[in-house]
Design a protein around this ligand. Structure first.
Ligand code: PPE
Length: 308
């Protein structure tokens, strides 16, 4: 991780090195936190955060599912995020808001612990590599099942749930693959360790429904709308692994991963196809402020320079 100057912590900007917590913090012991991953892009009108408010609303909803009251509202966190971007002065960055139960009682029940709220920002390039984004990555179906809706609410972007992702991606990496695809207990395709998944077959685009233990990805929602606007039929479907293996194209989406093609799954070659490349191009045009159609998704960090 490349260090930046400041971190926003509980209402103020502190130096990177000073953003520390006690080892007795609840969130460290039990994974009791919620977080977001957001990207700020350089655009012709200055740095713009992609769908910032939507991400912060998801953060609030994630907290609600963990009985957690974040002491800052969406509007306050929005202002804090923009302030941090200004303070660190990077044209592009990844943003990581995080709220977790802090130091107080130990023991699983977190009722009386304070909630700590932070926002970090740092430069983060292509999540699955520049080459992966261009030439596609090699994925493996995981032996680990995606956490089910009655295990941990998968619509919450909760820190503890990421042990599931960590195991899956570690298994895949150790076996020589770039990324894992997790299935539900019933065998339906859910998502990647940090991405949603799409399959293209005979010109139609398929993606697992929100009920299939997936994170309701903001990039997923973006891609559905962009693809429909480009004239594609997008269908939410229960997909099994062979649906992926017999698709014409498969790609993954996420804030960090953007749109990344899967060139093979379990060593069955798929290659990188034209629909994926068209959608990838349209997505990058959108986040980089080159599309009027979706301009409302960009939240500018420095309104003073807007239109300059
Ligand atoms: N599924 C999972 C499991 C997931 O973690 C992400 C985001 C997505 C789908 C896509 O969601 P969205 O970003 O809203 O389109 N994963 C974050 C990276 C995780 C990591 O820290 O590594 C991200 O992309 O920011």
């Amino acid at each position: 991780m490349r260090e930046t100057e400041k971190i926003w912590m509980n209402g103020e900007l502190v130096d990177w090195a000073d953003a520390t917590i006690h080892v007795g913090s609840h969130g460290l012991h039990y994974g009791s936190g919620v977080f977001e991953g957001i990207r700020c892009y350089e655009t012709p009108r200055g740095p713009a955060v992609f769908r910032l408010t939507d991400h912060l609303v998801r953060l609030r909803n994630s907290a609600r599912l963990l009985y957690m009251d974040i002491p800052y509202g969406v509007e306050e966190l929005r202002a804090a995020t923009l302030e941090l971007i200004g303070a660190n002065g990077l044209p592009e960055c990844y943003l990581r808001p995080l709220a977790f139960y802090g130091y107080g009682e130990l023991g699983v029940s977190a009722g009386s612990n304070p909630v700590e709220t932070v926002i970090m920002s740092w430069p983060w390039g292509a999540y699955l590599g520049e080459e992966g984004q261009r030439e596609g990555i090699r994925a493996k179906i995981s032996s680990w099942q995606r956490v089910g809706p009655n295990v941990i609410p998968h619509v919450a972007k909760a820190t503890g749930i990421y042990l599931n992702s960590m195991l899956a991606v570690s298994e895949a990496n150790r076996a020589g693959y770039d990324e894992a695809i997790l299935l539900t207990a019933e065998g339906y395709v859910a998502d990647g360790s940090g991405e949603n998944i799409f399959a293209v077959k005979d010109g139609t685009i398929y993606t697992p429904a929100l009920s299939t233990s997936i994170l309701p990805g903001i990039t997923r929602d973006t891609i559905v709308q962009i693809a429909q606007d480009l004239g594609y039929r997008v269908v939410e479907a229960n997909l099994i692994r062979s649906d992926l293996l017999l698709s014409d194209e498969v790609f993954m989406t996420g804030t960090a991963a953007e749109v990344t093609p899967l060139r093979s799954i379990d060593d069955i070659e798929l290659g990188v196809g034209p629909v994926t490349l068209e959608i990838q191009g349209a997505y990058l045009d959108t986040v980089r402020g080159r599309s009027e159609r979706w301009a409302h998704w960009l939240e500018y960090a420095a309104p003073a320079t807007a239109g300059a």
